[in-house]
Design a protein around this ligand. Sequence first.
Ligand code: ARG
Length: 575
Amino acid sequence: MSTVESLLSAHLSAAFSTLTGVMSDPQVHRSARADFQSNAALALAPALGLSSREVATAVVTAADLGDVATASVSGPGFINLTLLPPALNRLLGAMAADPRLGVPLVSAPETVVIDYSGPNVAKEMHVGHLRSTIIGDCLLRVLRFTGHNVIPVSHIGDWGTPFGMLLERLVEIGEDSGSLSIGDLDAFYKAARHRFDTDPDFADRSRQRVVLLQGGDPETLRLWKLLTSESARYFMAVNSRLSVLLTPSDFVGESFYNDQLASIVSELDSKGLLRQSSGAQCVFPPGFTGRYGEPFPLIVRKSDGGFGYAATDLAAIRHRALVLGGQRVLYVLGTPQSQHLEMVFAVARQMGWLDGVAVKHVGFGSILGEDGKMLKSRRGKSVKLIDLLDEAVARAGEVNPSTATAVGIGAVKYADLSSAMVKDYVFDLERMLSLHGNTSVYLQYTHARALRVIHRAGTSPRSSDLAIADGQPGIGSPDAIAGGLRIETPQERALALALLAFPGAVQAVAAELEPHRLAGLLRDVAVAFTRFYEDCPVLNAEPGIRESRLVLCDLTARVLAQGLYLLGIEAPERM
Ligand code: ARG
């Protein structure tokens, strides 16, 4: 099934091409003026030596829109399109009968690697990891749903010099002391850092420990595994609290690339990209400069011989492109790491690893406290992710214990996914949990409300088990459903048009990697349903109208459930 936009485009493009001699995309989009609008006449007019109004008028006159829509020219040359009832019914019928709710599978599936979450061993996950985890999970769901082969990777910080002090600390306190248990890792990290800073002997032992670790000393590796596996357990606890789809096999830590780092350096060298700079081995990709305009290095090997974050990222990008076969590699990471990533991309291109591979930094802004500054706890420390989640669930539980997790976690995720990604946003639980705002609880409530109507009608609800990745059997023939539809009031029509925009919104997220496009559509559907519900009786409507309205309720519940699923948010049956 095609989207409404593509149906209308197909009808208009013939008229455009008779006029211009070339096929052009009429770029039909939703509009507040009419149902839909095409602005293509404006762009084409100069080449044709006509005014854009003339072009639009000629297209409208020539277009054969059948029973699909009526067209008229407005303003400087916009073509306004209004769907006619038969087409509206056919489109809704097809959508209702389709387990995928009209969302097409891509014709050319790609292998897409998404790097997200990426917490660090023996360190608390912070709110930056929260955003990365939530956004990455949403992109994974959407890209998978549209048919791509998605490989999630959590690039965990599990290697490097800090492990010297961490392992020494572990030796010092004894591995059975209980300090390694879930939730205490942060305190453990801080204690290790304190010992390192205040005791020169400890610092010495830590440096030796790094050498042992890098040399593969069995006892040191055993301790290291203890630490990393305890951290992995902790990350999984947070992931399952967030109900994101990451599993332990998606954790590919920095250590995974260890034995590739030396060959990365020699490859760079053989391509002539390596330069010595203050004892370190660096690459200077063109176009990157420091604060004073001087060439800026990507440090591959530090002067002490150790490999750093950048070397690992070079090995990782090579692996993703050449071994995993990624055709697209996405990095969901805060904007402060933008320069680092762009340099890694540039070097990987210079090395020829990215032929036919698209790489992209999907950047995001910060989460701010209510004072508008970076979110900090009352004691000025950085806020623990798990504490925020617990508080959200506790607050949601005060209203209804049985939906506490769905509502609390949903609120945190939705607040994140509904705002434009590059923007900072304020973490305000009060607002996030409000029933009267652009919140997930409003969507969840609307979903439950639509389901309740269906239950009360005695129709079997299909929506509850719809939140699945691949859809489920359809519910009747498109024509049969369309034939029974009677979309007559403005409220019904507005709801129908909002529902029909679902496939386009999912496709927009897949193309632009901006989850707020889908959040916005779900919000539109919920608002339209609320108006419909308030003004149009369903169960007491006359026969015929009743069934037609039940189809709208059913589609609303299914679109909200599937849409929330794609955002990673639960849709409880009852609220
Ligand atoms: N561990 C890093 C951090 O906490 C994030 C890793 C992101 N991924 C990457 N390939 N560099 O900031």
